[in-house]
Ligand binder design. Structure first.
Ligand SMILES: Cc1cc2nc3c(=O)[nH]c(=O)nc-3n(C[C@H](O)[C@H](O)[C@H](O)COP(=O)(O)O)c2cc1C
Length: 233
């Protein structure tokens, strides 16, 4: 472990009692091309801002693959693929884009339950693990049982080197700021689709890492979110 940034990151991890099934850097099982992301246009931006809330009560219903594709693109998809520097919907210090989006699909129509990594440049999902990880994700988020019933859990990891290679230890600050931008995009995109969501930072870092196959040092979780059709709509 070198540098004050990595020491800070490791020293502020939560540690749990349990070791869930570990999966280190799982091989990709298959690629799912996503539909073009087209969002609804019936609410003004000011209305979305005013309506945004953290919502934790889910109906236990699925969402469509089209909606998931929109949420992935809106949160941190590529908005300008044809420029020399690739630009995303979320800003990133130095355009380094250290954040990787994984989804734990619990209830998404048309795709199997499992763990997927979002390829923003290809706008596709790479399946990493097939199976039901709904309860394991809630346990890894420090036993936040309200997550059970969600359609999708987003897991954002950081590949620190992408940012620290340019900014050294100061880059650790930027990585967390980048994640915040992405998460707020997701909050507003959910609101626009009538979905409920809550962001999650109370998590047992290495339990979450083991779900997505991150090593906890070079790549490690920084933030999560659970979303779905709200129970009260
Ligand atoms: C960095 C951060 C971490 C959070 N972590 C959690 C969490 O682990 N569990 C949870 O239920 N809510 C979490 N929240 C949601 C906050 O509790 C919520 O934003 C706050 O109560 C304000 O409510 P609002 O989002 O509806 O405005 C988190 C929010 C932020 C910004």
């Amino acid at each position: 472990m070198t540098g004050i940034g990595q020491k800070f990151y490791q020293s502020t991890k939560y540690h749990g009692q349990r070791r869930p099934d570990t999966a280190t850097a799982p091989a990709e099982l298959k690629t799912i091309s996503l539909p073009a992301a087209v969002g609804p246009a019936d609410k003004s931006f000011a209305e979305l801002l005013a309506a945004r809330r953290s919502r934790r009560k889910f109906a236990g219903e699925g969402i469509s693959l089209e909606h998931l594709a929109y949420l992935l693109w809106a949160s941190d998809g590529v908005s300008a693929p044809d420029k020399p520097t690739i630009f995303h919907t979320a800003p990133s210090a130095g355009a380094r884009h250290p954040i990787v989006t994984y989804v734990v699909a619990n209830r998404v129509d048309g795709i199997e339950s499992g763990v997927y990594r979002y390829d923003a440049e290809g706008h596709s999902l790479r399946m990493l693990r097939e199976g039901d990880f709904e309860k394991e994700a809630a346990r890894a988020a420090a036993d936040q049982d309200w997550m059970v019933g969600s359609a999708v859990v987003f897991v954002w990891t950081a590949v620190f080197e992408r940012t620290t290679s340019k900014y050294k230890d100061r880059g650790y600050r930027y990585v967390f700021l980048d994640a915040g931008h992405i998460c707020q995009n997701l909050y507003l995109a959910c609101e626009s689709l009538g979905l409920g969501m809550t962001s999650i930072a109370a998590l047992v870092d290495d339990d979450v890492n083991s779900i997505v196959g991150a090593d906890g040092v070079d790549e490690s979780v920084v933030y999560m979110a659970a979303l779905g059709r709200p129970a009260d709509k």
